[in-house]
Design a protein around this ligand. Structure first.
Ligand code: MF3
Ligand code: CO
Length: 266
């Protein structure tokens, strides 16, 4: 569960550190662009992971999740009712599936962390609406970021939109600070109340990564210790950007160079 009192110190980075985050963010976004054409019926999630891994290595960078708390893959790949932390493997994607691919990279010591939803061929109306609402929630959360705002303002903006659409936000996982480390203070919950929690200041680097369920918010983690699924087996979606707080607002580090904002892409 997130710590909404947040007593940990939050790093404020220098203007030149934004350059490091731009480079890391660009690479992860390019990888998520690259994988788009490969998300097709019949592909295994392990094959998608390998393509991302090779892309990152070929660009002289390292997947941040390799060896992270014992995790052994470059990506987390989470189809349908998998909320997050799906482990790449032999599972073959099928037409109509929706799937989140989450990738974090280290470029010259800086972390870029992003995820997107992909549709496998045409998807159903509910699946499409869930992805649209989740993307819009992320963008509304990001739009709440400016010096003096709080992490509660971010969570509130996301929760309000999601619940107005009759979907639910997951409580057990949240966004986070990042920079020279992968997961740092503060926690960035996907729900909250205006004015609550850590105050945002220029130079803070964060992720905004709402997880939205079509049904109830409850999740459970499978016996593998990683895979989180909806308890009611309803569909779940997530998008994630890495951002920096600027003097006047916010800068997104992981925007798609190809212009792939939300599915269907291209
Ligand atoms: N990429 C996830 C995040 O957005 C964390 C995954 S941890 C891993 O923070 F070890 F599973 F990769
Ligand atoms: Co993250």
């Amino acid at each position: 569960m997130p710590d909404i009192t947040e007593s940990r110190r939050i790093t404020r980075h220098r203007p030149e550190d934004f350059e490091g985050m731009r480079a890391a963010g660009r690479l992860v976004a390019e990888a998520l662009d690259m994988i788009t054409a490969h998300v097709q019926p019949g592909v295994t999630t392990a094959a998608l992971d390998r393509l991302c891994h090779d892309f990152v290595r070929d660009h002289g960078a390292i997947p941040a999740s390799l060896g992270y708390q014992g995790y052994r893959h470059a990506t987390c790949i989470s189809p349908n009712h998998v909320v997050c932390h799906g482990i790449p493997g032999d599972r073959r994607l099928a037409e109509g599936d929706i799937v989140n691919i989450d990738l974090a990279v280290i470029v010259a010591g800086w972390h870029g962390d992003s995820s997107r939803m992909y549709g496998v061929g045409p998807v159903g109306t509910l699946a499409q609406r869930l992805m649209d609402v989740t993307h819009e929630a992320m963008m509304r959360g990001i739009a709440a970021i400016r010096p003096g705002a709080t992490v509660g303002d971010i969570g509130h903006a996301m929760q309000r939109h999601v619940e107005a659409e009759r979907f639910s936000v997951v409580r057990e996982f949240c966004g986070h600070g990042l920079g020279r480390t992968y997961h740092a203070a503060p926690d960035v919950p996907n729900y909250g109340r205006p004015g609550e929690g850590a105050v945002l200041r220029p130079g803070m680097f964060l992720t905004v990564e709402p997880m939205v369920n079509a049904g109830r918010p409850a999740v459970k983690v499978l016996a593998d210790g990683w895979t989180a699924v909806t308890r009611d087996r309803s569909l779940s979606a997530q998008f994630e950007h890495s951002v920096g707080v600027t003097e006047t607002g916010v800068e997104i580090f992981t925007s798609s160079p190809a212009g792939y904002t939300r599915p269907p892409y291209g």
